[in-house]
Write a protein that binds this ligand. Sequence first.
Ligand code: FEO
Length: 168
Amino acid sequence: MLSKNMEKSLNEQVNWELYSSYFYLSMSSYFESISLAGCANWMRIQAQEELVHAIKIYDYINERGGRAILAAIAQPPADWKTPLHVFEEVLSHEQKVTALINGLVNLALDERDHATNNFLQWFVSEQVEEEASASSVLEKFKLIGKDKSGLFAIDLELAKRVFTPPAQ
Ligand code: FEO
């Protein structure tokens, strides 16, 4: 059984993950609008992954005798200055999510809630990957600067990303 505090905190995380999905879908639409279909694809898959994260926590709350409550999702931004700016925001968003996951782990440890701590370890590992993948794309955008052929090459590479449901 989850404590009320843990139930509330996990529900807040569900909302963050749903917002993350919205945030990346909005970025995908921005990339569509500037004809970078590969970048749009990368973001669309990122949005799908965030939905999986949200559902994973939603299921866990219900499984542990709590109740997943769906709150309003904040409106994400719609425009960015440049593709580089978008990926700077992706990385800082993922760093924020990592801090939130760490906060949940701290709460689980404080409450000696071993099951929730164990559940959250999947997210701890996932955040390492999330930050690494955002950072690797960001570094590429930094490298190419204003070079148009570099931008084309990155877009082609990001077009290859496919959605694979995260391992359980
Ligand atoms: Fe669900 Fe990208 O953190």
